[in-house]
Design a protein around this ligand. Sequence first.
Ligand code: KMH
Ligand code: ZN
Length: 284
Amino acid sequence: MANGTLITVAPTGAESSKVDVPNLPVTLQELVGTAEECEALGASVIHVHIRNDAALPTLDLGRLRETVAALRAQTRLVVQLSSGGAVTDRESDRLRVLDAAPEMASCTMGTVNFGDDVFMNRWEFIVDLHTRMQEREIVPEYEIFDLGQLWSLARLLDKFGLPYGGHVHVDYVMGVPGGMPGTVEALVAAKQLTREVLPPNTTFSATGIGRTTLPVMLASLAAGGHLRVGMEDTLTYAKGQPVESNMQLVARGAGFARLAQRPPLSVDETRAMLGLRALETASA
Ligand code: KMH
Ligand code: ZN
C-alpha cells in the first residue's frame, strides 16, 4: 500500500442542479479553473462529468473531447471520464465516452438502486466497457457501490483479464441509498473482501455520499486507502454549512491525509501507482 494518499476530485457529478448549487462547476471554464486549483491543493486525478449549455448532464462527444484537451493543456491531472453519466443515459452513449480517449474512465461493477432511481449496469455492458478499455489502453477505476460488486469484478478479471497497465484500482462509493452504507464497518468489510478476491496489489479509494463523507474519509485513511472528494458526493461541509467549493473539500482531504502522515501523492506518484504511462510518453 502506497505511503501517500491519492486524492481524486469529483467536482460536478450528474445529480445536482446549478440552480440548487450555484457553486457547482458546470462550464468548461469553471471546470478547468477548479481543476487547476484542486491540483495545487493536492488532487492528482479528476473524475469528470460534463454539462451542456443549459447546465444539464451530457455525454456529448465533442464536448467530452474538448474537456479532455483543455484539462490536459491546463493541468497535469489524470483525467478520468465518467462512463456512468446520469441514470437516464443510454448504454451506447456511455460506451461512446471512451471515444474521447481519456487516460482513465470509470466502470461501475453492477446495477444498484440509486435513491428512487436505478443505476443500470448489466453484466454484458460491464464486459463491453472493460474490454474496450483494454483495447484502447484506458485505465479503469472500478466503481463499487456494494460488496457483491467486488465479487463481480473478480469474475470479470478472471474471464477477461487484467485492465490495461495490469494494476487494479477500485473506488468504494458508499452511502448511496440502495448501496452499501458509509460506515467504518462497511469499509473494513469491503477492504477485507478486496483482499480475499482481487489481486494482492489492488488499491482502493473511498468516498462517502452526504453525511457519510467524514466517517468514510477517516476510515479510508486509517485503513490504508485513498480518497475521492468533491461536490459530486458532498454538498454540506458541516452541519448547516453548505460546501463553498471543491477546493474546500480537497483542502480538507489533503489536511486529513497529512495528519495521518500519508500526504497527498503527486501526479507522478499517482501515475506510477495506477500503472499509467509517465506523462512525457503518454499519448496526446
Ligand atoms: N451519476 C451516477 C448515476 C460514475 O461516474 O461512473 C453514476 C456515477 C458513477 O457517477
Ligand atoms: Zn461520477
